[in-house]
Design a protein around this ligand. Structure first.
Ligand SMILES: *Cc1c(COP(=O)(O)O)cnc(C)c1O
Length: 969
């Protein structure tokens, strides 16, 4: 027997779930002779790539991790005292392993189907409760992308709420972090908002101002008392946003108590690794009266069909998918997973624990300040929480080298140094710092009464800014402090949520594919997670190599000249791309070009982003086949040829079809002076077969959390880098702190130069392990799987919009509108799927009353069949209603989902059996996923909005509640 010693496991075979035998069966079902024939029938020949992707050979999982370890070693993990909005943390092990590293949490989808998402909804409600408590505000959302964009959202909310519509000045305290000011610049420009940056103490407030922003503690560490400033602002009808450090608020009087209208910031310090910039969850808190203007998602309390406590996303009518260009923001994917972790950090530590952590950070800062003063250093800020500021004069350089010798990074600006301490700082670290500060002065630590100082530390926070009263009093923050309790709490929530651990989540347009373990493993390596985004360039070689490779690979995949890895989500990518187009037109003297053509079928973020970029939206019609009406497009492009900025187009279309006319469409736009922005959410149907550049687009964003395997995290994180053609490269976003300028860069769109850098590794791993052939096969199988589902379901549900050869792309729309005639809504189908153990596909996008199914390449035939069987069984249930066999209102569809409590109750008064309700197909019995609540009531919750944890009597289970059972009755 000869043995092959060159065998190497192929990751491709793990990622693409369909084996050879099943492929043959599926091709038969779809009536194609081969996979290539199917692709030829699906993807128009004129847009196909002529060459295979030119990417490095695929690595095995084992090889990838070994190579990456070497790359990682080029990152130097120094102790970080840089601060500036990023601080080292101790991630509680129980949270790291059971949430951050747990697919039961990170593979969840955004909680649109509330009945199978109660766990993360509760965790996000905890986050909101924590934010409300610490900021002293009335209402908070469930996270935003980062501190800088949260500040920009606040500015914009103030602008929308202004009473004097002529007011267009926004006052910005010069002590706000530079990266935040940079984003304010980007966001203000299209609206003609003028930023007045200055010292808040001398600012002259006037009627032309609609808002102001200050930072607390200020960027240089000072803790100012803004009470008078807030009062003066309010007198002039100026609303005040406060950027606050959540950890400092544990000890400081909350902004809500001294006049803030909006409080924003990052929750990174609550147990989220720095990750070279992210992902982290920003928070946004404000007053109840502004609830309809808050950007992002709010989780609210409601009841279910049985009248029990239930949660769901509230006030959806504010959001972009409904309000489009009139939306309050374009935030779609936010930072759910990180918000969940931050909330859990507060649950785990509780008020006492958090207080001890904050006090220790503050106390060590005092120790350091006093020691350095005894050495004769002159401190520039006398009130502070954790950040000390010194002017070192000629000693700045020697201190810098000593710090490096001790593998420590401080923050330098000329001769001024700031030192920010964090949760990981120990008394030994302080001693080390004191020693080298002594050394450069020719002194020793013996010149400091160090031991004595240690024993007599007093706060320097002025009495009127010291927080009084309790924090985090809610039961949820006072219940789970032992690891067993915490573990069980996390697991109990996880068990309520359906994720990819249970079954496929066939979300059209959202590509819920495999998030492979090997792709996730490096994210929590210290070499990646403990890096500060402003660390010196010679310490970040590993990250630079990864970014450079990822830039090259994504450029090859999209056909573009270069990428910006900065945008933190798809919608941020849209915004960045449109701002780049805007800068290009402006630079050519075409600043009047401000019209964006957007097809009626576009995702809601498209018009919302265009509006944010200062563009006027002109809607282009779609024809009866769901394609862009080329005649209408041509007419509009010509009508507006002098003002045309761009077209925003999704490809394959949001209807799941490769439009044949796309090349002509792009030519029409170019002929009329416009640029083509391609929404890349559907890249999973393009990779290796065609590309945005090949089709004729100038810019596109990639949702790395869709096509490139970053998990959805229950509503974020994500990444939305943009690729651009050569003529747009000079305008790609820059950054105020780290020099990534491309010549004519627009200011930053995210707080960190490379956005949520640490999760870029996931996409890097995916591409490296798939290689060009693997990625192309993934696309082919995504198309095969979709067409297989189409073949199995089309006799039961009409499939809307198919290509000229009768093929769909990687997704398809199933028409459910006719069922309305006998009372069955598409929502009933979505909820009934839960009883079969499935998450619903995308509901009512892009066509109301339909579902859009996208299986992805990572689902095996077996799973596709289970899903199809469920859909077909549901179709028979609909039939029964239509034929009058089932009652019109009392049927399994209308009552779905069925909870265990309902099924096991002593009473059962329905016209169908319990078995039919809960175990409608034999396979369901093998593994039953129980929805934890009945159908949630949306309107009830919106009528009486509650966005923080109500008193939970569940947590007060007293012994006395257990009564002795009476046996034998
Ligand atoms: C998901 C999606 C977006 C928005 O992306 P986010 O990452 O959620 O901001 C935009 N367009 C389309 C077509 C999408 O599917």
């Amino acid at each position: 027997m000869s043995i092959n010693i060159n065998y190497q496991e192929k990751f491709q075979a793990r990622h693409i779930a369909t084996n050879e035998a099943d492929t043959a069966k599926m091709l038969k079902t779809v009536k194609a002779e081969s996979l290539d024939q199917l692709i030829e029938q699906t993807v128009p020949a004129k847009i196909r790539l002529k060459q295979p992707l030119n990417l490095p050979a695929a690595k095995s999982e084992f090889d990838y991790l070994n190579t990456l370890k070497q790359t990682a070693s080029k990152n130097k993990v120094f102790k970080s005292y840089i601060g500036q909005g990023y601080y080292d943390v101790i991630v509680p092990g129980v949270i790291q392993r059971n949430i951050l590293e747990n697919p039961g949490w990170y593979t969840q989808y955004t909680p649109y189907q509330a009945e199978i998402a109660q766990g993360r909804l509760q965790a996000l409600l905890n986050f909101q409760t924590m934010v409300i408590d610490l900021t002293g505000m009335e209402i908070a959302n469930a996270s935003l992308l980062d501190e800088g964009t949260a500040a920009a959202e606040a500015m914009f909310m103030q602008y929308s709420l202004r009473k004097n519509t002529a007011a267009n000045i926004f006052f910005v305290s010069e002590d706000v972090f530079p990266q935040t000011i940079d984003i304010l610049k980007t966001r203000s420009e299209p609206y003609g908002i003028q930023l007045q940056i200055g010292d808040y103490r001398t600012a002259e407030l006037n009627d032309q101002m609609f808002g102001a922003i200050v930072q607390y503690p200020a960027g240089d560490g000072n803790v100012y008392n803004y009470t008078d400033f807030a009062a003066a602002a309010h007198q002039k009808n100026i609303k005040l946003t406060v950027v606050a450090d959540l950890m400092s608020l544990v000890l400081l009087t909350p902004p809500g108590q001294w006049g803030a209208d909006i409080v924003v910031g990052t929750s990174q310090r609550f147990g989220i690794p720095m990750g070279f910039g992210g992902p982290h969850a920003a928070f946004f808190a404000t007053k109840e009266e502004y609830k309809r203007s808050i950007p992002g998602r709010i989780i609210g309390v409601t009841i279910d069909s049985a009248g029990n406590y239930a949660l769901r996303m509230a006030l959806q009518t504010r959001e972009q998918h409904i309000r489009r260009d009139k939306a309050t923001s374009n935030i779609c994917t936010a930072q759910a997973l990180l918000a969940i972790m931050a909330g859990m950090y507060a649950v785990y530590h509780g008020p006492q624990g958090i207080k001890l952590i904050a006090e220790r950070i503050h106390g060590l800062s005092v120790l350091l300040a006093e020691s350095l003063k005894q050495l004769g250093y002159e401190q520039l800020n006398d009130t502070y929480f954790d950040t000390l500021k010194f002017d070192l004069g000629v000693l700045a350089n020697p201190v810098h080298s000593e710090a490096l010798n001790n593998e420590m990074n401080l923050h330098y600006k000329g001769s001024v140094v700031t030192i920010s301490l964090d949760e990981t700082t120990s008394p030994q670290d302080i001693e080390t710092i004191v020693r080298f500060f002594a050394k450069v002065k020719g002194k020793t630590i013996n010149d400091v009464a160090f031991e004595e100082l240690k024993g007599s530390i007093e706060t320097v926070i002025p009495a009127d800014l010291q927080r009084t009263g309790e924090i985090l009093t809610h039961a949820i923050f006072n219940s789970h402090h032992s690891e067993h309790e915490m573990l069980r709490y996390i697991k109990s929530l996880e068990a309520k949520d359906l994720s990819l651990c249970h079954s496929m989540i066939a979300l059209g347009s959202c590509t819920m594919k495999l998030n492979a373990t090997t792709e996730m493993v490096p994210v929590t390596w210290a070499e990646f997670s403990k890096m500060h985004p402003f660390a010196p360039t010679d310490q970040v070689g590993g990250y630079m190599q990864i970014f450079s490779e990822l830039n090259d690979w994504l450029s090859e995949i999209t056909g573009f000249a270069a990428m910006s890895l900065q945008p933190n989500a798809g919608a941020q990518g849209e915004y960045a791309g449109l701002m780049v187009i805007r800068a290009y037109h402006n630079d050519r003297g075409d600043s009047h070009r401000n019209i964006a053509l957007i097809p009626s079928s576009a995702h809601g973020t498209n018009p919302a982003s265009a509006a944010m970029a200062g563009m006027k939206i002109v809607v282009v019609k779609c024809d009866d086949n769901g394609n862009i009406d080329v005649a209408d497009l041509k007419a509009r492009a010509e009508q507006y040829k002098n003002e045309l900025s761009c077209l925003m187009v999704t490809y394959p279309s949001t209807h799941g079809v490769f439009e044949e006319s796309i090349i002509e469409i792009c030519e029409i736009i170019h002929a009329n002076g416009g640029q083509v922005y391609m929404d890349g959410a559907n890249m999973n149907a393009q990779v290796g077969l065609t590309s945005p550049a090949n089709i004729g687009a100038d810019v596109c964003h990639l949702n790395l959390h869709k096509t490139f395997c970053i998990p959805h995290g229950g509503g974020g994180p994500g990444m939305g880098p943009i690729g651009v053609a050569a003529h747009l490269v000079p305008y790609l976003p820059g950054h105020a702190v780290v020099d990534i300028d491309k010549g004519k860069s627009i200011p930053a769109v995210s707080a960190a130069p490379w956005g949520s850098a640490s999760i870029l590794i996931i996409s890097h791993a995916y591409i490296a392990m798939m290689g060009g052939e693997g990625l192309t096969n993934a696309t082919k199988y995504a198309i095969l799987n979709a067409n297989y589902i189409k073949s199995r379901l089309e006799a039961h549900y009409p499939v809307l919009y198919i290509g000229s050869n009768g093929r769909c792309a990687h997704e398809m729309i199933l028409d459910c509108r006719s069922f309305k005639n006998f009372g069955v809504e598409v929502t009933d189908i979505a909820k009934r799927l839960m009883d079969y153990g499935f998450h619903a596909p995308t509901v009512s996008f892009p066509v109301a009353g339909t579902v859009m199914v996208e299986p992805t390449e990572s689902e095996p035939k077996h799973e596709l069949d289970r899903f199809c069987d469920a859909m077909i069984a549901i179709r028979y249930e609909i039939d029964s209603v239509e034929k009058g066999i089932s009652d019109k209102t009392d049927n399994p569809l209308k009552n779905a989902p069925h909870t265990a409590a309902v099924i096991t109750a002593n009473e059962w008064e329905h016209s169908y059996t319990r078995q039919k309700a809960a175990f409608p197909l034999p396979y369901v019995a093998q593994y039953k996923f129980w929805p934890s609540v009945g159908r949630v009531n949306d309107t009830y919750g919106d009528r009486t909005l509650i966005c923080s944890c109500p008193p939970l009597t569940d947590y007060e289970f007293e012994e006395s509640e257990v009564t002795t059972p009476e046996y034998g009755t």
